[in-house]
Design a protein around this ligand. Sequence first.
Ligand SMILES: Nc1ncnc2c1ncn2[C@@H]1O[C@H](COP(=O)(O)OP(=O)(O)O)[C@@H](O)[C@H]1O
Ligand SMILES: CC(C)(COP(=O)(O)O)[C@@H](O)C(=O)NCCC(=O)O
Ligand SMILES: [K+]
Length: 266
Amino acid sequence: MNESWLALMIGNSRLHWAWFIGNTLQEAWDTKHLPASAIQQLIQYGVSGILPDAILPPQVVSGQLSDTINVLPLYLASVVPSQTTLWQTYPSVNVITLAQVPLLGLYLTLGIDRALALLGAGETLGYPVLVIDAGTALTLTGADADCQLIGGAILPGLGLQLKSLTRDTAALPATQLPTQLPPRWAMQTASAIESGVIYTVLAGIREFIEDWQSRFPTSQIVLTGGDSPVLLSYLQSLYPEMARHVICNPHLIFGGIQSVRLKMAS
Ligand SMILES: Nc1ncnc2c1ncn2[C@@H]1O[C@H](COP(=O)(O)OP(=O)(O)O)[C@@H](O)[C@H]1O
Ligand SMILES: CC(C)(COP(=O)(O)O)[C@@H](O)C(=O)NCCC(=O)O
Ligand SMILES: [K+]
């Protein structure tokens, strides 16, 4: 089991990659979604076939992976069916489905990213566990001590909330997430948007965490996804006591993929 392999989680904003040797994660990186032509080139020629404006980070293009990337086993999970289709001609691709995730009570349309992050969290930190994924969507997903899905919630992610305000209003400017918690009572449009989005998301997350902790006092709580570092820093500023119980793990999903791969091999 000491072979090299790749994990790929296709999210709604980006591709999340990891390169493993056996059970050890070597490297993880994110890229944009790839056009069909780039995937075909990758499959045929490896990294050297990739267009210059594309997609893989320099340490991968120049490193050990560059010669072999197109022949490594690929364990793929996706919440974007149109992107999944593009990888179907990759030589040894395993598309992970909910049926392969050894958690109980999963409902049919549950996102595979949520199931795998929950599995990754539970297998590394134990059950019960609550996962908060601050990605394109912000999701909360919890399991009890018997690995049974308790359920969760889906709301627009922080970035998407900002973008949708700009897109669907005439006067609201584009805004970025600030690195620090902004002032609550804003006197400028951009900071009013930041305040509104950030403070309401934090208050909502706090309610969910408090409810979860009242049901599962021993549970670990894990934050993951592209906005997790900034969200954790906001949580630490506003609710420092609560934030002490929250772990940030950007690689949670890969733990889940790894568990499924091990189960497939056994
Ligand atoms: N380099 C980046 N490119 C795109 N989004 C980023 C980047 N760094 C952080 N983000 C944040 O990550 C969020 C998307 O999270 P991510 O986990 O990548 O989404 P998904 O898993 O849904 O593809 C966006 O809201 C954005 O604010
Ligand atoms: C909720 C999601 C859109 C989150 O996707 P992401 O933001 O990670 O790209 C995805 O998990 C999904 O499509 N879920 C299906 C519905 C459900 O989980 O109930
Ligand atoms: K995600």
